[in-house]
Design a protein around this ligand. Structure first.
Ligand code: DHB
Length: 310
């Protein structure tokens, strides 16, 4: 049997395929369902200092080739995700908490507090929420990102990675990679949704979601070529000890294979998890194993980064 297991920061993932933050991972029930599935890890919804209701509904809509959302970080507050850690340990897979504080100081506080919770394995600091009214994404401000990392790494005792927004310009990739390479980061997750897209219902001549006049983050197939490019570019530019986790439009085992070729060590499933439910993990894993078997590969490491150019 082909092994899809991987190790990041000395933490073993039984499978390299797990949920993206935001997809069915806010309540304890949802996190338990991910624990009971074939997902290779349990990653929480991005948390803030205090619980949040999020934006008014409708705030998620599926689209012909993906999804649009402007959730506004509905979550239970970081203390709950700390509390859940003990009961999620029984699933024998990593528990990762996504952190998306509303301010610089909130991020520092949440990382400091969560990093002392034994049963949390890793932290994913989200620099890329596109749905907060009046807030720029930290990930698009390279100086601010560096200042935040300096502070966060001074208080963090756990393996930490970052979730990035998509970049589209080679100079921006280089500027961000230059910042990331200065810190003891364990992983980089590429990419968050394509920020502030717009989807329209022609019949009613109306936007699809209520917040922000209809603007929202675009996920699914629309995001895949951009996400693959971000994984590939950061694989070229980052120190080899920083693992890359790919996310964007993965629906099949073949999609996962593409991300591995680009240099991803693991992948996350967002839109299709919301659409299909947790049974998607078993299907995608099986599809990947069959493809690898057919091609004669027996581990993720054998495929990782092997993309050929012309
Ligand atoms: C939300 C959306 C994101 O893309 C993200 O990274 C964090 C939060 C949201 O709207 O809830």
């Amino acid at each position: 049997m082909i092994s899809l297991s991987i190790t990041i920061a000395n933490v073993t993932f039984p499978s390299c395929i797990y949920n993206a933050s935001g997809a069915l991972c806010t309540s304890l029930e949802e996190l338990i369902a991910i624990g009971n599935s074939k997902s290779g890890a349990i990653l929480s919804k991005s948390c803030t200092l205090e619980p949040r209701e999020g934006n008014p509904s409708p705030r998620y809509h599926s689209l012909p080739y993906g999804s649009i959302n402007s959730m506004g970080i509905p979550n239970l507050g970081y203390k709950k995700y700390a509390e859940f850690a003990k009961s999620l340990k029984r699933f024998g897979k990593p528990y990762i908490v996504s952190v998306s504080g509303m301010t610089f100081d909130d991020n520092v506080t949440i990382v400091r507090e969560l990093s002392s919770v034994t049963e949390i394995d890793l932290l994913e600091l989200n620099l890329s929420c596109p749905n907060l009214i009046g807030k720029p994404q930290v990930g698009y401000d390279f100086e601010q990102s560096k200042i935040l990392f300096e502070k966060v790494f001074s208080v963090c005792k756990k393996p930490l990675g970052v979730k990035l927004p998509p970049y589209f310009d080679f100079i921006h990739f280089e500027q961000m990679a230059n910042v990331l390479n200065q810190f003891p980061l364990e992983f980089v997750t590429c990419i968050n949704s394509l920020g502030n897209g717009l989807a329209i219902d022609v019949e009613t001549e109306t936007v699809m979601i209520k917040p922000k006049g209809g603007f929202g983050g675009i996920g699914g197939k629309y995001a895949k070529p951009t996400a693959l490019a971000n994984v590939r570019k950061f694989y070229e530019l980052l120190n080899r000890n920083i693992s890359i986790i790919g996310v964007g439009g993965i629906e099949t085992g073949s999609d996962v294979f593409e991300y591995l070729l680009c240099g991803a060590s693991a992948v996350q499933i967002g839109t299709i998890l919301v659409e299909e439910g947790v049974k998607c993990f078993e299907r995608i894993e099986k599809e990947l194993q069959e493809l690898m078997e057919k091609k004669g590969y027996s581990s993720v490491d054998e495929v990782k980064g092997k993309l050929k150019t012309l």
